[in-house]
Design a protein around this ligand. Structure first.
Ligand code: SF4
Length: 348
């Protein structure tokens, strides 16, 4: 039987999402808040990957809300709960942040987490069969995941326990909302008494940092989104970081970046660097991009904001961009082998 296709139907073209996701945007909760607060303005902030869904969510809200309630979307880049659009937050009666769990609770903000509905268990099955030590060899395993899969965390834990593992979990620190949750800049929840960690989640972004932060542990990546099973390998990453440090060793002028995003500021750290180096200059900015730095013409930069900008986007910058720890190595204050992953703790 032939199936009719409408224009834009991407089924079986390879262009559709691997797992069609039906996110729950919690429209009812937002509408309730509007009614309760007698709100006239609603601000929506989506992470980059979901901005495209913004108009449809706006339509859903417009259909339900009275005509005189204005709904607007934030066009600011957004990569985490550290990155709230504070301008919008101050100027709207209801402010909704989608896709991240709270870094800090506030009555001003409605967080809509948007959990993934991908089935994680087939990948976990493969992980136990192919990569994790069997429970007889080593029963201890740490379990971590990202905010998107947090709704399945208890099930994942029980699933491993039923197969004979002793599952070690902990809630990291203030920056993390849930037990077992990791962020791209914080892996404190993997600080558990187990030599092997099972990371369940999409991409290598998080587990690579995790393996850097806990080099003594084997980090198994069970990625149900891309259907991939691997062991985190930090070699390439380390080489890149050492190359940046080496390039920065001859730098005379340093730009020290203080990020003005609400959850990315490390003021004391930035101040400390500038106070101890007459050739270091403090630069404040929200979005840290190569274009914005070019005109300063410094020899090298230290980023005290999001560590992932430094490590993941670093090669795109024309001049070396280092983490605060790497800076100390480059200026000779610390030995080369002290290089470690830059993590971020606390909130604001
Ligand atoms: S600072 Fe941390 S939470 Fe914020 S975008 Fe960077 S990695 Fe994610």
């Amino acid at each position: 039987m032939s199936q009719e296709r409408t224009e834009g139907d991407l089924r079986n073209t390879g262009l559709s999402l691997k797992h069609d996701r039906e996110w729950d945007y919690e429209i009812d909760r937002i509408v309730e808040a509007v009614e309760e607060r007698d709100a006239e303005t609603v601000g929506l902030q989506f992470p980059e990957g979901l901005k495209r869904r913004g108009p449809a969510v706006t339509d859903d809200l417009r259909e339900t809300l009275p005509d005189d309630v204005q709904v607007m979307m934030s066009g600011q880049p957004c990569y985490g709960a550290c990155d709230l659009d504070t301008y919008m937050m101050r100027r709207t009666d209801v402010f909704v942040h989608f896709g991240h769990s709270p870094m800090k609770e506030s009555d001003k903000i409605i967080y809509v987490p948007l959990f993934s509905n991908v089935d994680v268990f087939p990948m976990m099955e493969r992980a136990t069969e192919e990569k994790l030590a069997s429970p007889d060899e080593d029963p201890d395993v740490g379990l971590v995941t990202t905010a998107q899969h947090m709704n399945k965390f208890d099930e994942m834990r029980s699933w491993l326990e039923e197969r004979g593992y002793e599952v070690h979990v902990r809630k990291g620190d203030d920056r993390l909302t849930h037990e077992g949750q990791v962020l791209g800049c914080n892996y404190a929840s993997a600080d558990v008494d187990a030599d092997q960690i099972l990371y369940v989640g999409g991409g290598k972004f998080h587990p690579l940092g995790l393996a850097m932060e806990h080099p003594e542990k084997k980090v198994v990546i069970a990625d149900p989104v891309n259907n991939a099973l691997t062991i985190a390998d930090t070699e390439q990453f380390m080489k890149q970081r050492y190359a940046s440090v080496h390039k920065a060793m001859d730098a005379e002028q340093w730009g020290v970046i203080f990020c003005t995003k609400i959850g990315q500021g490390r003021w004391e750290k930035a101040q400390e660097i500038v106070e101890n180096n007459d050739d270091a200059y403090l630069i404040t900015m929200d979005e840290v991009t190569p274009d914005r730095l070019t005109n300063f013409g410094m020899d090298a930069y230290v980023n005290t904001g999001c560590p992932r900008i430094t490590t993941d986007d670093g090669p795109q910058f024309k001049k070396p961009m280092l983490t605060p720890g790497e800076y100390e190595i480059a200026i000779g204050e610390k030995p080369l082998d002290s290089l470690e992953f830059d993590t971020f703790h606390g909130t604001w």
